[in-house]
Design a protein around this ligand. Sequence first.
Ligand SMILES: *[C@@H]1O[C@H](CO)[C@@H](O)[C@H](O)[C@H]1NC(C)=O
Ligand SMILES: *[C@@H]1O[C@H](CO)[C@@H](O)[C@H](O)[C@H]1NC(C)=O
Ligand SMILES: *[C@@H]1O[C@H](CO)[C@@H](O)[C@H](O)[C@H]1NC(C)=O
Ligand SMILES: CC(=O)N[C@H]1CO[C@H](CO)[C@@H](O)[C@@H]1O
Length: 490
Amino acid sequence: MLKSLSLCLILACSYATGLDLDADVNSHNKVVACYVAGWSAYRPNNGAFTVDNIDPMLCTHIIYAFAGLDNVTYSIKSLDSFLDTEEGGGRGQYKKVMNFKKKQPRLKVTIAIGGWNEGSGKYSDMAETPENRRLFINSVLAFIKKHGFDGLDMDWEYPGSRVGSRPVDRENFALLLKEMRTEFDKSGLILTAAIGAAPQTINRAYDVPAITQHLHYIHIMAYDYHGSWDFQIGHNAPLRLPVNSSTVDLELRLSVEDTITYLLKLGASPEKLVVGIPFYGRTFTLVDRNLRDIGSASNGTGFQGPYTREDGFLGYNEICKELTTKKEGNEWVEQWDDVAQVPYMYNGEKWVSFDNQRSVAIKARYAFNQGLGGLMVWAIDNDDFMPECSNVRYPLLRAINAELKAASIDSMKPGQAPVTPKSKDSNSDPNSGHDKKPGQTSDTTSSEDSDNDIEHGHNKSGQASGIKVFSLNLLLCVLTPVIFTFSILH
Ligand SMILES: *[C@@H]1O[C@H](CO)[C@@H](O)[C@H](O)[C@H]1NC(C)=O
Ligand SMILES: *[C@@H]1O[C@H](CO)[C@@H](O)[C@H](O)[C@H]1NC(C)=O
Ligand SMILES: *[C@@H]1O[C@H](CO)[C@@H](O)[C@H](O)[C@H]1NC(C)=O
Ligand SMILES: CC(=O)N[C@H]1CO[C@H](CO)[C@@H](O)[C@@H]1O
């Protein structure tokens, strides 16, 4: 009796947050690709994330980031063999991640090569000649075999952009992927890539029909649309721009929906598109604390968090801690942007655009409704994995799985048309978030040569479905003790 009562309370409490705790990757058939930033193991205190913290039931794919490229041999290499391998008494994170496949047999584990700090130049050199590409591909095959990975995620940021890149990178990148896929198919390996989201980056970097053909999935880095580098405030990952946005040029529009629309227009297959969701926010310092409309001036430097310690960046676990820590001088105001469909918060001169359970659920529902492959997250080490300020571990990753489950159930209801991939330029949501410079891809940022903790770049309906499940559970909660008492008495 007590037991069922307390179970009731737990259920009632958890559903009160709109979160279906039973939802996992077996509740839907979409991709949930989880990046793990290996170096997050070095963050201080509760920010330290080791691969032991992974919950393999919440991810279809785990992508370990990042391996690097040797600029002389053009071979893939571990950037931290102590952390990654067991050599010399190392921490063996590769092997530990691979062990999760025993717990969740459908789990795929791949290695990502590249990232922002690796730069672009040596990748351009590698892709330039058939000989160099061959050296690289052979090294990748050997590396994957040695460590037991299921495939590779190419995170060259970006072909055709940044120091040392070449205009011909676009063509060479497609060739590289083609040659790699031919080899990968011989042993059933997975080939994916993380791609930039700004249309101008896309134009320089990707032959979209070609890369669509060669890749199993395209992981769209649908974030970093705006950051402190803009010198004005804007959202990290707005779902959409205002209907009356003055930016009509498709190539200048910076929002998740606009990126997807653009890629589909260029010939991407919807089922191969995997939408990236940032488990982090972008921070700004307002020039005038009273001027906080999107587009208001910021001074070019965003503040740091205690775990990630990088200017302009805060993990969700750092954000939720700020929001739940009530103390003098820490009076955050959290608001919701109805157009961009993301939250933001401010405190004096500090301003932060981020994603929370509500916005990630909206993005998951959007991806489902568009018939896309699924969602990708950067990165699970920025979720509240402890948890420190949520009532459950991985609130964001759970919100994604819960929404995909709810969307799958909704799509199977009688009278519901089955979800089919949308044709090239259709867009179900008419009101398309905020105009600005495209996510910067030049080398003018100071983060280029910093060795700090730089990262990847590198719906309401959720609540509604949560409430439905909640009332059902409440009913069960009330009934269970009654039945239980009844059975004891008889
Ligand atoms: C390779 O990278 C190292 C370190 O950045 C640099 O000193 C060296 O000149 C590079 N070599 C080539 C062949 O590019
Ligand atoms: C766009 O519409 C919003 C309301 O939806 C309004 O507040 C804003 O002033 C409009 N902006 C322009 C440039 O017309
Ligand atoms: C922006 O303001 C913050 C807080 O006052 C300060 O630490 C930072 O140096 C400023 N950045 C610039 C570029 O002035
Ligand atoms: C595509 C894109 O906008 N990438 C961003 C990644 O993050 C760096 C630094 O934090 C930005 O400079 C890039 O613009």
